[in-house]
Design a protein around this ligand. Structure first.
Ligand SMILES: N[C@@H](CCC(=O)N[C@@H](CS)C(=O)NCC(=O)O)C(=O)O
Length: 313
């Protein structure tokens, strides 16, 4: 794990010293493709993703729901993220980089900008024509996929419908801060205070969502929206990974009937199911964070998977 400085890779763990033990996520730097006039072109864009990453997962889900697999090609990183960061070295579930021929993800960033300074993250939406990164912020990539390919054959379905935007935005804001990012703020904290600052609000949000889902099928309106798509990757990893590895252990998702039901609905959705690979995700988290899990041992549980999942999911 590391970052690029003026285009040169440096192996370094997150700095939490300067923030009182708190993990502070950096802003993504490439933010194109959101302007109203932007139109997707089949075959022009390539997605760099991986099964472990919850941010990449939401993009894989949107790509699948919109039926964009043929229009947007994909590369999938190796589960192990070590001193070279994400790689395409041979391993389970790896799909090599057919576009830039990179062995290491940082080479994709330097192909776009030889002097790039910053974190080297997935997901990335790469523009094959201009040979640059269009966008590397998952919350924006899913918006692009939701509508920009509608005129060129994407499956119908608007997961960010105008009438529900205020409600979706409201739920997304809390879910992002306390849950999607909250699991990282809990797990990467290096002081007790920073950990507790993250973990209690995280469970307040799970309690709130459980209550919110009483008598409802989906988070917003009566249909699947972006709010569910952004919540799901965190929920589906929770009991197998965040509960143990990131010390989010007040309760499990299995203890929340409504949240479990939501996981089950999406996990058994025919387009979503192939985007889930918990075996791969467990290998990544437990194996790639030596300061959190120095032995790299991957725990075998949970014995009882969430609805819609199998132990091999
Ligand atoms: N804000 C970004 C975050 C992406 C992100 O942090 N991805 C992780 C994988 S789960 C990563 O690549 N981390 C490598 C690093 O931080 O160096 C997004 O939502 O797309």
């Amino acid at each position: 794990m590391g970052l690029l400085i003026d285009g040169v890779w440096r192996d370094a763990w997150y700095d939490t010293k300067s923030s009182g033990g708190r993990f502070v996520r950096k802003e993504s730097q490439y933010r194109g493709g959101l302007d109203a006039g932007f139109r997707g072109e089949p075959g022009r864009y390539h997605l760099y993703a991986g099964f472990a990453c919850p941010w990449a997962h939401r993009v894989l889900i949107m790509r699948a729901l919109k039926g964009l697999e043929e229009m947007i090609s994909v590369s999938m990183v190796n589960a192990y993220m070590g001193e070279n960061g994400w790689t395409f070295l041979p391993g389970d579930d790896v799909v090599p980089d057919s576009i830039n021929g990179a062995d290491y993800l940082y080479q994709v960033y330097t192909a776009a900008d030889p002097t790039y300074t910053g974190r080297v993250t997935i997901p990335i939406l790469w523009d094959k024509v201009e040979k640059r990164i269009l966008n590397n912020e998952s919350s924006e990539i899913i918006r692009i996929l939701n509508s920009a390919f509608d005129d060129v054959g994407a499956l119908p379905g608007d997961y960010y419908p105008a009438e529900f935007r205020p409600e979706i935005d409201r739920i997304n804001a809390r879910v992002y801060e306390t849950l999607n990012n909250g699991v990282y703020r809990s797990g990467f904290a290096t002081t007790q205070e920073a950990y507790e600052e993250a973990v209690y609000p995280l469970f307040d949000t799970l309690d709130w969502l459980e209550e919110h889902l009483t008598g409802r099928e989906w988070l917003v309106g009566d249909r699947l929206t972006e709010a569910d798509i952004r919540l799901f990757p965190t929920l589906v990893r929770f009991d197998a990974i965040y509960h143990g590895h990131f010390k989010c252990n007040l309760r499990r998702i299995a203890d929340y009937p409504n949240l479990s039901r939501l996981v089950g609905k999406l996990a058994s959705h025919e387009r979503v199911a192939p985007t889930i690979n918990l075996r791969h995700a467990k290998a990544h988290y437990y194996g790639s964070h030596p300061s959190v899990n120095p032995t790299g041992i991957v725990p075998v549980g949970p014995a009882q998977p969430l609805p819609g999942l199998t132990l091999q999911s």
